[in-house]
Design a protein around this ligand. Structure first.
Ligand code: GDP
Ligand code: MN
Length: 377
């Protein structure tokens, strides 16, 4: 789960990490009022959206007076950044920048540890730095039983700074950021850029945090910040119905029992040159209401041109599934072609029941996906 910069900065403040203070604004009027409270001429107007690269997209602008600030606020509010509409901005005190650095803690699957990443190439897209000049990114594997003790924090800070006064500030920030990372069950805590000001202060002027969804049950305060996208809302709703659903951008809707089979079905569709519209594991049982709910879910995606139903009858018998499908489709009104592949217990009986129906029947997975890909064209 992601949160906004202003929310991440609130958490930073609780942990004593220095930031440039600001005000959240929902309108230009809000911003004008907030500007009066900022005891400083130069401000930065920042789009608050749940995606990075706002600067590049024109969502971060400096202003030195009310007129400039008002113009930027008006331009940025309502702006579209990577599919997110800006409905709020952060108006913050702008800092003078001597140098920009990159700092983050991230869960790393390769080392199965928390990784501290540091770079002198801050402020820019870190993925680009990682691709072009990977040697400019330092990685330190954190032992969870030791954490980030003083010596390690200093060692890390020395990778970015030479002056001891700056190193001390950075080391303290690194320790606080680690504490915050662990205590909030974060999967990413990133400061890009961490800056050095001309008067030698080290400050976080951006803050990005992502949290482990599986830990949200014990992070109620963070869970309260959840703002689901349209897609996430759909996936959540599906979860309450007992489905495991992930929306994708293809046109072949998949209804499958079992996660492994669902993955294989998506692979097969790709193999035959098609594109799956979703991952959907409907779980066991041939309950018609479940099929109806699953079909509603698939058809709510306007891109779906074909539905591929791939069912393995284990404990669930294929003839039961066939009856379930027939009962379900009496209630579903759709012109979308439906390919069904049933295999396993009582598959012959199952297919017999579906003969003469409007469904396209298949025996093998290859045959079923070929038909679905063909029909989608
Ligand atoms: P992002 O593009 O979404 O990562 O947004 P950032 O908050 O990192 O801002 C992008 C860039 O805008 C930074 O790398 C800085 O170069 C610049 N910027 C942001 N805040 C300030 C500020 O307070 N003062 C100055 N001088 N530049 C800033
Ligand atoms: Mn940034």
């Amino acid at each position: 789960m992601k949160i906004h910069e202003y929310q991440a900065k609130d958490i930073f403040v609780k942990y004593g990490i220095p930031i440039n203070p600001g005000y959240l604004c929902h309108s230009v009027d809000d911003a004008i009022k907030a500007y009066e409270k900022i005891d400083h001429g130069l401000v930065v107007v920042k789009a608050q959206v749940l995606t990075g690269g706002r600067g590049k997209a024109g969502g971060v602008k400096l202003a030195k007076d009310t007129v400039g600030m008002r113009n930027h606020a008006a331009n940025i509010l309502g702006m579209d950044i990577k599919g997110y509409t800006v409905d709020r901005i952060l108006l913050a005190k702008a800092e003078d920048i001597e140098a920009e650095y990159y700092v983050s803690y991230v869960i790393d699957r390769n080392t199965k540890s928390t990784l501290l990443m540091l770079s002198k190439e801050g402020g820019v897209d870190i993925e680009e730095v990682a691709n072009a000049t990977p040697e400019k990114i330092h990685k330190i594997v954190i032992d969870p039983t030791i954490g980030v003790p003083d010596f390690l924090a200093r060692q890390a800070a020395f990778l970015l700074f030479d002056d001891i006064k700056q190193v001390r500030q950075a080391a303290s920030i690194l320790q606080k950021l680690y504490k915050l990372f662990v205590e909030t069950d974060a999967s990413l805590a990133e400061i890009n850029p961490l800056i050095l000001t001309p008067d030698e202060k080290v400050i976080a002027i951006d803050a990005k945090m992502t949290f482990d969804d599986n830990a949200l049950y014990r992070q109620m305060k963070i869970n309260d910040l959840f703002e689901p996208t349209e897609e996430e809302r759909k996936e959540q709703k599906a979860k309450t119905k007992g489905f495991s659903y992930v929306q994708l951008d293809g046109d072949i809707g998949c209804m499958v029992n079992g996660a492994g089979l669902a993955m294989t079905t998506m692979d097969m569709i790709k193999l035959y040159g098609g594109n799956p519209a979703n991952f959907l594991d409907i779980g066991g049982s041939s309950n018609p209401t479940k099929v109806i709910e699953a079909m509603k879910l698939l058809l709510s995606d306007k891109d779906v041109k074909v539905v591929l139903i791939n069912i393995f009858g284990g404990i669930t018998r294929c003839d039961d599934v066939a009856n379930g499908l027939l009962a379900a489709f009496k209630q579903i009104d759709t012109n979308i072609p439906i390919v069904i592949r049933l295999t396993g217990t009582n598959e012959v009986e199952g297919r017999e029941l579906l003969k003469g129906s409007k469904f396209h029947l298949a025996e093998t997975m290859g045959d079923a996906t070929r038909q679905a890909v063909e029909l989608a064209k």
